[in-house]
Design a protein. Structure first.
Length: 49
């Protein structure tokens, strides 16, 4: 096991093990694409009305 206990008796677990999975880092791309789409949609609404 990769659990570690510090001097105060607290248990530390690795990030991947605590989350029961890996973190691929896709959030930044999803947020960026969503932001661009929102700006484009609002621009279309603004210019077409």
């Amino acid at each position: 096991m990769s659990n570690k206990i510090d001097s105060e008796g607290r248990q530390h677990i690795d990030t991947d093990r605590a989350r029961a999975g890996a973190t691929p880092g896709m959030t930044r791309y999803i947020l960026g694409i969503s932001l661009v789409l929102v700006v484009v949609i609002f621009a279309l609404i603004y210019f077409l009305t």
